[in-house]
Design a protein around this ligand. Structure first.
Ligand SMILES: Cc1cc2nc3c(=O)[nH]c(=O)nc-3n(C[C@H](O)[C@H](O)[C@H](O)COP(=O)(O)OP(=O)(O)OC[C@H]3O[C@@H](n4cnc5c(N)ncnc54)[C@H](O)[C@@H]3O)c2cc1C
Length: 499
């Protein structure tokens, strides 16, 4: 056997945050397993995971209004927000473990505290925000949240947004200082450096073209290397962490669990501020309310970001339509993802989501002036010359048949698809995204390695002390964990830990 034909225990396809997280878990749980990674691009974290391709929000449901819905009786349902927050707590614990175990040296390379705020305009929305604040602020997971509709206070919190505002429309905001800005690209590169130093074979410029299951349940992957030559690599377990590229690979695997599933790409565009005087006047992630007809991932937000040790200011994302499934993908991605097994699902999805398609086409057609108009809802005095456009990553939303929604239902969450024998798993969808990579990869471990999970549990608990427990139901553990996270990730305990 030459190095173009190898056998290993695990192959991870794609070098984004998901493969990085799963690879790191496996290295800690079973260091003797041989792991290989194949990535079609030149480096790790170049697609959606790259810091310029996503918003870097540590999604803990502190500010995203789409996770809290108003029920018909007027009360606010915060159950989804609790769920997302608990998932983010798993990520924070795992990252703390990585730092404490010296797998990553400096947490400030990838995470920092940044206030998370929700901001709304109009009487009805202000009433909603106040009720949401009342429902959340006494919950241990959301402690420290403040509400204000007082212009003086808001001026103190978000001067750029309040100054020069001419309309008398009621305005209110909530603020919580325990929010985070996470550089998922940097974190992913750190994790791949760690894996490389621990004998994981990482092959860049290697594109997985096809795969087939062998009679012993292992998988043989057909891979094209940088010089165009075909390599064949076999593994007992394969993780398809190809981001937008995962759907095609799942279809190539031919597993029945991957049938009747389609994908719909939604692209993202941010406006980035090039005027340091403006950048300096804002210090928060401020999420607004989605426009009617807009998908949840295009909720507008004005974000302070810390990228390459530089503070910047981004606004968006504006949604858009491109048939590509990856930023580096092909214009034929959408069409080639439709096959006899999912065509009915896709047609039903298309018919059901005409308003979304119309919305996305309108977004693509937006002129710079129209985009500025949207920005001016946040920064009334925004000047066109201070802002440039950056194209962010592609998100492929899953379309599948569900009991609740029927044929062709568009899903906005993340889906782990596993073969029944656990020999292959794929991750589809991109929300809440990188923030919940740890929760999602734990699901992969539980579903694909049921025979090992009991024996792995003590180590998983060492990495994630709250594994298997609800933090909401264990306030003492929550306090302990917040203290641990603050210390290891060098985040201010004053903002993070409540007693
Ligand atoms: C506009 C936007 C904003 C977002 N904002 C946030 C946010 O604020 N917070 C958050 O938590 N999440 C956010 N997300 C989601 C988050 O970025 C993604 O969920 C996450 O990065 C996905 O990671 P991944 O590893 O699955 O995929 P990716 O990072 O896309 O990595 C997949 C990798 O697989 C490789 N690949 C694909 N096909 C093949 C093949 N055939 N062979 C070899 N390699 C292959 C690709 O080149 C790529 O490197 C956002 C996403 C977008 C697009």
């Amino acid at each position: 056997m030459n190095n173009r034909e190898t056998k290993s225990d695990v192959i991870l396809i794609g070098a984004g945050i998901m493969s990085a997280t799963l690879g790191t878990f496996l290295k800690e749980l079973v260091p003797e397993w041989e792991i290989k990674v194949f990535e079609k691009l030149e480096n790790a974290g170049e697609e959606s995971t790259n810091e310029w391709n996503n918003a870097g929000t540590g999604h803990a449901a502190l500010c995203e209004l789409n996770y809290t819905v108003e029920k018909p009786d007027g009360s606010i349902d915060i159950s989804k927000a609790i769920h997302i927050n608990e998932q983010f707590q798993l990520s924070m614990q795992f990252w703390s473990y990585l730092v404490n175990s010296k797998l990553i040296s400096n947490p400030q390379d990838f995470i920092m505290l940044l206030p998370h705020m929700s901001m709304v305009l109009g009487e009805q929305n202000v009433t909603f925000l106040k009720k949401r604040f009342e429902a959340m602020s006494n919950n241990p997971l959301f402690q420290g949240m403040e509400f204000s509709d007082d212009p003086g206070k808001l001026m103190e919190w978000i001067p750029l947004i309040i100054r020069d505002r001419l309309s008398n429309e009621p305005i209110a905001a909530t603020k919580i200082n325990s929010g985070t800005d996470v550089n998922f690209g940097a974190l992913t590169r750190l994790l791949f450096d760690h894996l490389k130093n621990n004998n994981v074979d990482i092959h860049y410029n290697h594109k997985v073209d096809n795969m087939k299951r062998n009679s012993d349940s292992s998988w043989e992957l057909k891979i094209r290397n940088a010089s165009g030559a075909v390599e064949r690599h076999t593994a007992k377990f394969v993780f398809i962490g190809g981001g937008g590229g995962s759907l095609h690979l799942l279809q190539k695997s031919g597993i029945p669990e991957g049938k009747h599933i389609g994908g719909f790409p939604v692209s993202g565009i941010f406006m980035v501020c090039n005027n340091p005087n403006v950048v300096e006047q804002h210090h928060a992630k401020v999420y607004g309310k989605a426009k009617v007809g807009a998908p949840p991932m295009s909720v507008p937000h004005l974000d302070t970001r810390f990228i390459d040790n530089k503070k910047s200011l981004l606004f968006g994302p504006f949604a858009g339509f491109s048939p590509k499934f990856l930023k580096s993908g092909s214009m034929f991605d959408l069409i080639t993802s439709i096959n006899p097994s999912n065509v009915v699902t896709m047609l039903a999805g298309g018919a059901k989501n005409l308003s979304l398609t119309k919305y996305l086409i309108e977004q693509v057609m937006l002129s710079k002036e129209k985009r500025l108009e949207e920005l001016r809802e946040f920064i009334p005095s925004a000047k066109g010359e201070d802002w440039d456009l950056v194209v962010a990553g592609q998100r492929v939303q899953v379309i599948k048949d569900t009991e609740a929604g029927g044929k062709g239902t568009l899903q906005f969450g993340t889906e782990v698809i596993c073969a029944d024998d656990g020999s292959i798993a794929a991750l589809l969808g991109a929300s809440p995204g990188a923030s919940t990579a740890v929760h999602v990869m734990l699901e992969v471990l539980e579903r694909c390695f049921p025979e090992h999970i009991k024996e792995w549990e003590p180590k998983i608990k060492e990495m994630i002390p709250s594994y298997g427990l609800s933090l909401l139901e264990n306030p003492e553990l929550l306090h302990e964990i917040q203290t641990l996270i603050a210390e290891s990730l060098m985040l201010s305990a004053k903002e993070l830990v409540y007693s």
